[in-house]
Design a binder for this molecule. Structure first.
Ligand code: NAD
Length: 245
């Protein structure tokens, strides 16, 4: 049986990825900060779902998190770096602390967790799959999300760098770039800003927000044998938003 880690798996896109994995027979460890959200997810997903309460910003705890998983559950075959935070603010209002907070969660923690999981995969000769989650913010320019855009552009560069270094060793690394998907994060960014929502939908040829499950389907594909010759790619799952007029 394959085992996956999905960060931020207690809600939104991460929960949908975890659900898709569990339904496909992949034992799935979800990592998040909110114990209640994780318990609710566990109730929904059952025994194939294991929850770990951890703040990914605590970088020095991540090696221990990974060791605990490998000691108690076994080998890790799949890592989905899904947890992320957004911040919508005028460019000149963003403080250095704001900027660093986004980079810490969206970039540095992704690197630190991936490094620990990759060490484990290499030591155990695992043919692994790592999936990072970027955003439309790195496909084109979106105002008022400077730190988020920097972080998601970094994720795409990291995906390519990791893929070139790790693919020869049997670990594929890919990225999904979600378009506008109906979750708490997009609701916060769009629901009190009708102009922005109209703009997002106006350039989405399919004309509606995606569902978290749409990202789950893509993640399942990239994690599996059907994608065995795919590495270093960024797959937009966006209703055409990135090519929209
Ligand atoms: P969400 O806010 O519902 O979920 C994010 C999850 O990450 C939450 O469960 C949160 O608790 C967790 N998380 C955040 N920081 C954490 C930390 N330090 N430690 C542990 N867990 C942490 O948002 P979502 O819309 O499901 O977003 C998931 C991913 O998809 C994010 O990386 C986001 O940037 C990306 N994304 C979302 C959209 C969208 O339209 N919803 C579009 C593009 C990209």
């Amino acid at each position: 049986m394959r085992t996956a880690i999905v960060t931020g798996g207690g809600s939104g896109i991460g929960l949908a990825i975890a659900e898709k994995f569990v339904l496909s027979g992949i034992r799935t460890v979800i990592i998040g900060r909110d114990e209640q959200k994780l318990s609710a997810a566990k109730e929904l997903l059952g025994d194939m779902c294991i929850t770990i309460v951890a703040d990914l910003n605590d970088l020095n705890k991540l090696p221990e998190v990974v060791t605990n998983i490998t000691n108690t559950i076994g080998n890790i075959d799949i890592l989905v770096n899904n947890a992320g935070i957004n911040m919508k603010k005028e460019f000149t209002e963003v403080t250095d602390e704001d900027f660093q907070k986004i980079i810490l969660t969206n970039v540095t923690a992704v690197f630190a967790l991936s490094r620990e999981v990759v060490k484990h995969m290499l030591q155990n000769n695992i043919k692994g799959s790592i999936i990072n989650i970027s955003s439309m913010a790195s496909q084109y320019g979106i105002p008022k999300v400077i730190a988020y855009t920097a972080s998601k552009s970094a994720i795409e560069g990291m995906t390519r760098a990791m893929a070139t270094e790790l693919s020869p060793k049997g670990i594929r690394v890919n990225c999904i770039a979600p378009g506008f998907i109906a979750t708490a994060m997009s609701a916060k960014a769009l629901n009190n800003d009708p102009e922005r929502k109209a703009k997002a939908l106006g350039r989405t040829p399919m004309g509606y927000l995606g569902e978290p499950a749409d990202i789950g389907e893509a993640a399942l594909f990239l994690a599996g044998e059907g994608a065995k010759y795919i590495t270093g790619t960024v797959l937009p799952v966006d209703g055409g938003n990135s090519i929209g007029f």
